[in-house]
Write a protein that binds this ligand. Sequence first.
Ligand SMILES: [Zn+2]
Length: 185
Amino acid sequence: MPTNILVLRIGEKFEDYRLQVIDNRFYFMEPQLNAHNKAEFPPMHTAEHILNGTMVKMFGCPRSRNAHIERKKSKADYELAAAPTEEQIREIERRVNEQIARNLDVTIEFMTRDEAAALVDLSKLPADASETLRIVRIGDYDNCACIGAHVKNTSEIGTFRILTHDFADGRWRMRFKLENCTYVE
Ligand SMILES: [Zn+2]
């Protein structure tokens, strides 16, 4: 719902909000919240976006619905019919690093749900989600509705490494880290 009193939550910035005039009054349009991402380490969380985009492109699976992002080591689960081969796993790593090495700008755009539907999968959005969504774009590679903190450019991420992985009951769990990350807080 639009509000005319703005109380920022931890991790939010004023510029996350968009002003709109309704009946001659200003309202702050609330971005779509994705609460669990808000305090995550930005380079790791941005790498997760690229990883999700890569998994969707390679396997046609949904983005990870269960990821745990930490500074030193993160993990993400993907719904897959079969375990990826070692060759495919190296290919995931190669593609993620390929995008990181393109020095892509990470940009934020606010748009209506209808506008966003053409760019991102909104099937996970809760029914009471706000009309205005915050879309995070990683160059021309990935778009995702997200309120989290991201790096400004993929050059800050470093090198993405898949550490371990296992597969059970249609769930592939993988753990990853970043090497030579240059992000400065
Ligand atoms: Zn995000």
